[in-house]
Design a protein. Structure first.
Ligand code: FE2
Length: 362
């Protein structure tokens, strides 16, 4: 048995915001734009949105204080500041952090009595303000998922999923990704790679998600090296935006698995970018699935050869100092993480500890 729901309407083209500005009128008279401090100004997305809203006569307020790995506290502050105004819809623009924050804020502005913690209890709400997602990186896939990942008050990343936070519209313009640095291109590209591979090998994979996953993996194999080599290669950037969107649709069906679970603390406690942190464990996901689904693992190998080598050739090398206490806490946390249940293979305390230890330096 399998099912499929991905209700987001996708618009994909160069100058996509300008070309489709009429759609904003469908959502009402006032928009909250959620973004980070700088990147949406550098890549031109924010001014495109402001111009589109102005020309449609839509009032808007820009909340631009979303940081990487957004915390509960940052979401509380955003809601506190924005709840004095009345918004009809929320536009998230940027990488995964602004998009995931926009989703959380959209729920909390619609359901005023909820606290951030309540986002994790799906019975406590049934709707959010309509969300328009405009990604400016190619990796998160958040523009087509029902997930949002925030960092809780203890410093750990926690994701929540709810059908009400599927964006109503995703506006994808690959030109916004051209100004990404090489390291951000790598990290976000590797995030998309993890979504495609983890989703393909997940216990929740479906015939539809597999179609998207295979296409996404092929596009990433072909185009991530090109985008890293030549940041202005618009064809490669366009392929990566598409691959990222496909991989987002994959995890909307399959969830993420082991690599995401193990990567989270590297980002919140060691400052390693999400995609890099996650990709450091992707080879373990592939090896873990080998005895259960050898044909699918073979498909991954057909596309990438040795996936660890492909990831390293993108320039990833993670070495970190890790105390015994940190190691124990992370291992324990991983063992109880919800998404471990969708991971194929046997991952116990010892094997998870080994995966963290191989990147450890004294
Ligand atoms: Fe991810």
């Amino acid at each position: 048995m399998w099912q499929y729901l991905m209700p987001t309407k996708i618009f994909f083209s160069q100058r996509v915001v300008e070309k489709n500005k009429e759609i904003f009128k469908n959502f009402g008279a006032k928009a909250l734009v959620v973004t980070g401090r700088t990147s949406s100004r550098i890549n031109g997305s924010l001014s495109d949105i402001e111009n589109a809203l102005k020309s449609m006569g839509i009032e808007f307020y820009v909340y631009d204080r979303i940081e990487e790995n957004p915390t509960f506290e940052q979401i509380r502050q955003a809601v506190e500041e924005c709840k004095t105004q009345s918004f009809d819809f929320v536009i998230g623009v940027g990488g995964g952090s602004p998009l995931d924050s926009a989703k959380a804020i959209a729920v909390l502005l619609r359901n005023r009595s909820l606290r951030v913690e309540d986002l994790y209890d799906s019975n406590k709400y049934s709707s959010a303000l309509p969300i328009v997602a405009i990604p400016t990186t190619s990796g998160t896939g958040s523009e087509v998922t029902q997930y949002s990942v925030l960092t809780d008050d203890t410093g750990f990343k926690r994701g929540f999923g709810h059908d009400s936070i599927f964006p109503v519209i995703a506006l994808i313009d690959p030109v916004y990704t051209v100004s990404m640095t090489v390291s951000l291109t790598r990290s976000t590209g590797l995030d998309a790679l993890c979504h495609a591979v983890e989703g393909f090998l997940s216990k929740k994979a479906t015939p539809i998600s597999d179609l998207y996953a295979v296409e996404s993996m092929k596009l990433i194999k072909e185009n991530l090296p090109k985008a890293l080599e030549n940041p202005n290669d618009l064809e490669a950037r366009t392929a990566m935006s598409f691959a990222s969107c496909l991989a987002g649709m994959v995890i909307s069906q399959t969830s993420t698995t082991l690599a995401h679970v193990l990567g989270y603390p590297l980002s919140t406690f060691k400052g390693i970018r999400h995609g890099d942190a996650t990709a450091a464990f992707l080879d373990a996901v592939v090896h873990g699935a080998e005895s259960e689904i050898p044909q699918k693992v073979q498909k991954v190998k057909e596309i990438f050869g040795d996936i660890k080598r492909f990831i390293e050739s993108a320039g990833l090398k993670i070495e970190l100092q890790l105390s015994d206490e940190e190691l124990e806490t992370w291992v324990k946390r991983a063992l109880t993480a919800k998404h471990m249940q969708w991971t194929r293979g046997v991952f116990d305390e010892l094997s998870i500890r080994k995966l963290y230890e191989r990147m450890r330096i004294d």
